[in-house]
Design a protein around this ligand. Structure first.
Ligand SMILES: [Zn+2]
Length: 591
């Protein structure tokens, strides 16, 4: 049976470049996306895992004002930091990591804008926004402070009061001032472009009905909730000077808004387009042999985009009309809880209007929030774990193990240091590490020729085949905790076999049975090494090394895993030195 190579697009949420990332980001979307990408590569599929820095919006201008540096300087600083973290510290297997402030991305965003405008989905409306006479400009809500009408808190933002946690309506805040200059501000009329989501409601309902069953139930339900309340128009521009500019020359005269040079496209509209623009960027790099920097600086023409869609990207982004979703190409998206509606509704909607032939998101994989000992991560309140420090202290694979073990797939989860120590010591070391180490130790120096032709115990064969089958199934559907459970169970099964077979005793008394038992142990260890590849790549590599085997590029093909692994046994070198895979975490080593 030949297995068709599928095109797997993995879109990972675009982090704002305004500060260091914490462990919640790793558990929330970075790690799940990486496990998924590795699994699909091991299954022989073509994978494009893409993302980049979200360089626009108020989170960046606020940080720049706070530090007295330009937004561009802030972007450069954290973009470089994130790249180092993702590639060198976490070893995330991105195929492309770009950014949203490139001419390439800006052009694609503007194309979307023009297309949606032409299709009649964008209209102009007037709203009110605070204007500062002193700064001669409109200011975003989080730049306005005043007194809360509910609790009298003096430092309330115009849209939210930290004193009483109430959301404030526009115009409610008393004595509003500009945060930048402490000068008075007043509400004034301002024109903006709005996207008319109500027109998309029927199409999006169909989309969610068809695709939503592949999502976690809570994601599906929350999306349905948005649809039930009916979608409302949403502003796609704002008064800000940091963001994607509007394509003024391409907008018909009668569709220009007032003061258009001082407006920018909202980040919610621009960042998700990054998934598509990154795919085009990647295809341009392949097609024309460009390096990334060069490609980012060039603006693609309309013809180029069409050519790439019909060529390089056809199988990735243009499904044929009767294709069953997910069979030729499958698109996964990974993000945090706060990004749900932008991916389950707005992004599919933007895609549908831009080009009705484009591939829609198949799997939208969202984790709920990870908290720290029951509290929300908050750097300003000192409730945080810096990913880089954490991984450098304990090792990336140990962190990957534990974050998967507690992954908040269906409900919020909490990180507790005590539990981290307990689970690593008892499960990762006590079960998995122990099984591999004790088995390799007792097999050391045994003649592989006496082992390789031994019969495979039926029960072992079944356990191994089942473990592969379940792992594939869970990984395909983003059930990462269940997948880890499969490995833990297989290792526990191995430990039980080791004890029941009394391998220590028969080594001296019953050599025939001893060699037979080693055969079973080796099959289990090779299976565990394979199954760990997407989750703990370094550990897996280490086990293969101790077996004297080269690390494989692919998982064994479907349905004959044991037969394939059986052939590998004859290549094992029993003389290589085995050592414990992990070091126990002591209480003294916790913060
Ligand atoms: Zn208040």
């Amino acid at each position: 049976m030949t297995i068709m190579k599928r095109k797997i697009f993995i879109g990972v949420a675009w982090p704002y470049v305004n500060g260091n990332l914490h462990v919640g980001h790793y558990a929330g979307y970075l790690l799940p996306a990486d496990i998924c990408a590795r699994y699909h590569r091991l299954s022989g599929n073509d994978v494009l895992m893409a993302s980049g820095s979200d360089c626009h919006g108020t989170p960046i201008t606020v940080e720049s004002d706070k530090r007295g540096r330009s937004p561009q300087e802030i972007v450069e600083e954290y973009h470089a930091k994130d790249i180092n973290l993702f590639l060198n510290v976490l070893g995330l297997s991105y195929d492309l990591y770009t950014r949203t402030d490139t001419p390439h991305h800006h052009r694609i965003v503007q194309n979307f804008f023009i297309k949606l405008l032409e299709a009649g989905y964008i209209f102009i409306d007037t709203t009110q926004q605070y204007y500062s006479e002193k700064e001669k400009k409109f200011l975003p809500d989080r730049y306005i402070v005043g007194t809360c009408p509910h609790c009298g808190f003096k430092d309330a933002r115009s849209d939210y009061c930290e004193g009483c946690n109430k959301i404030l309506e526009q115009g409610e805040v008393i004595n509003p001032l500009s945060k930048l200059s402490d000068s008075k501000v007043e509400l004034r009329d301002t024109q903006h472009y709005f996207l008319d989501w109500s027109r998309m409601q029927p199409k999006l309902e169909n989309y969610v009905t068809e695709y939503g069953r592949n999502w976690r139930d809570w994601i599906y339900q929350e999306t349905r909730g948005w649809l039930k309340e009916r979608l409302k128009p949403r502003a796609i521009t704002r008064d800000l000077d940091w963001g994607v500019p509007l394509p003024v020359n391409r907008i018909p005269k009668d569709k220009l808004i007032k003061d258009i040079e001082n407006k920018r496209i909202y980040v919610w509209f621009d960042a998700v387009i990054g998934y598509y623009s990154a795919s085009l960027l990647w295809a341009r790099m392949q097609e024309y042999g460009l390096d990334q920097k060069k490609a980012e600086l060039q603006v693609p023409s309309q013809e180029e985009e069409t050519d790439l869609l019909n060529g390089q990207l056809a199988d990735w982004w243009q499904p044929s009309p009767h294709e069953v979703p997910g069979t030729v190409s499958k698109h996964y998206y990974f993000m945090g809880q706060d990004n749900l509606v932008f991916h389950t509704l707005f992004w599919p909607g933007q895609l549908m209007i831009y080009n009705s032939n484009l591939h829609l998101p198949d799997v939208i994989c969202i984790n709920k929030f990870l908290n720290l000992a029951g509290q929300k991560f908050s750097k300003s309140r000192g409730i945080s774990i810096d990913i880089k420090e954490f991984v450098e202290k304990y090792g990336n694979d140990i962190v990957r193990f534990y974050l998967t073990y507690i992954m908040p797939e269906n409900k919020q989860a909490s990180f507790y240091w005590e539990d981290f120590k307990e689970k690593v010591n008892s499960i990762l070391i006590g079960n998995i590490g122990n099984f591999v180490h004790r088995s390799l130790s007792i097999a050391k120096g045994a003649d592989i020729n006496l082992i390789k032709d031994q019969q495979i115990k039926k029960e072992i064969e079944e356990e191994i085949n089942k473990a592969f089958q379940n792992s594939r199934n869970f990984l395909e559907n983003c059930q990462f905790r269940n997948y880890l459970e499969v490995i833990i169970n297989l290792s526990a099964f191995g430990n039980k076999f080791f004890d029941t077979a009394k391998v220590w005793e028969i080594k001296k008394s019953d050599s025939e049975n001893y060699f037979w038992a080693l055969k079973q142990l080796y099959l289990l260890i090779i299976s565990i090494a394979y199954l760990l590849m997407p989750l703990m790549p370094k550990t897996s590599e280490e086990i293969f090394k101790m077996l004297g085997l080269r690390s494989p590029q692919l998982w064994p093909s479907l349905q004959n895993e044991v037969n394939y692994l059986n052939e590998l046994v004859s290549q094992i070198n029993t003389d290589t030195r085995s050592h414990p895979l992990f070091t126990k975490i002591e209480t003294a080593n916790l913060p």
